[in-house]
Design a protein around this ligand. Structure first.
Ligand SMILES: [Zn+2]
Length: 55
């Protein structure tokens, strides 16, 4: 039996088993990942800006 990687509850649907998350946790995981990627871009922009100011 597969369990959710986020909340450890049993996964009932094939789609959940395939993704490794229940439908709600999948949504939350995707949102968190999106937020993380947004921050990464922001940090990269910050570094690029600092590099420009140095030159
Ligand atoms: Zn879950």
């Amino acid at each position: 039996m597969s369990i959710c990687k986020r909340c450890n509850r049993p996964l009932k649907t094939q789609m959940s088993i395939d993704t490794g998350y229940g439908p709600i946790c999948k949504k939350k995981h995707d949102e968190a990942e999106e937020e993380f990627l947004k921050r990464q871009i922001t940090i990269d922009d910050e570094i690029a800006y600092r590099e420009k100011m140095k030159a």
